[in-house]
Design a protein around this ligand. Structure first.
Ligand code: OS5
Length: 233
């Protein structure tokens, strides 16, 4: 079992790398991949750079070139659901691309022929996350995550994403990673901790909380790896 662990920004994977005893850096397609071991698990860790295109490239590379057979994403997100506060954790049940729009041809937002508006994440990994959360008494919300190539800092755009996709949180990489994993038949899990509320204060809040929220998400992911190891015997 080889596990891909992905973030979009350095802040999102640095706390993961700090837990690996040793790793080897492999450069491919203008990005760096860190191959190593966490206890008994083989892992490949990388940050993709921001957005759907870079995250598609990195996810595909991790599955095809590094032969990973599971992908776990960790990072931060903007809250759409007002119940979500800075530092809260959300696991994606399903993901959609909020900026994909060929509605002029009668298709729904987020849909292109041959695809689907939503891609579902792996139910077994979500169940594992719930077990870890309950063991550690950590609050973990499940919900819809919407992805697009925009940093959202605007109530009107946020409300459109909420009403069109039923989104609870938004970010810039999850749905593209989901499309890659779904197409290649690899189970995936998308975890995010809230850094801002995608409103007019989002830029300031993001800068203030990106590091602490990224660490909250990464620390939870490490606990999931511990649980996986325990289950593998
Ligand atoms: O990866 C981008 C999406 N992330 C989730 C997120 C988000 N997405 C959309 N709207 C919001 N309101 C969101 N809140 C959280 C976070 C990230 C947003 S784009 C931040 C760009 C700031 C930055 N510029 N340079 N760096 C960071 C450093 C850097 C260096 C190398 C590679 C990547 C980043």
């Amino acid at each position: 079992m080889k596990i891909a662990i992905m973030g979009a920004m350095p802040e999102e994977i640095e706390p993961i790398l700090s837990h690996l005893e040793s790793y080897e850096k492999v450069d491919f397609a203008k990005n760096s991949y860190y191959k190593g071991k966490y206890k008994s698990l083989d892992v490949v860790v990388a940050y993709s750079k921001i957005g759907k295109v870079f995250s598609t490239l990195t996810a595909t590379t991790m599955l095809e070139m590094f032969a990973c057979d599971m992908l776990l994403f960790t990072g931060v997100a903007g809250a759409v659901n007002p119940e979500l506060k800075i530092g809260d954790l959300i696991v994606a049940t399903k993901l959609a691309q909020h900026d994909l729009d060929i509605t002029i041809f009668g298709h729904p937002h987020g849909f292109v022929p041959g695809g689907s508006v939503y891609v579902q994440s792996d139910p077994d990994l979500r169940a594992l996350a719930k077990i870890v959360a309950s063991k550690l008494d950590i609050q973990l919300k499940e919900g819809v995550i919407a992805t697009g190539d925009q940093f959202i800092a605007d109530e009107e755009k946020k409300n459109f994403i909420a009403s069109t996709f039923g989104a609870d949180a938004l970010e810039m990489e999850g749905a593209s990673v989901a499309v890659v994993c779904d197409a290649l038949g690899v189970p995936f899990f998308i975890l995010r901790s809230i850094s801002d509320a995608a409103d007019m204060d989002a830029g300031f809040n993001f800068e203030e909380f990106v590091q602490s929220s990224a660490k909250i998400s990464a620390d939870f992911l490490m606990k999931m790896l511990d649980e996986l190891i325990e289950r593998m015997g």
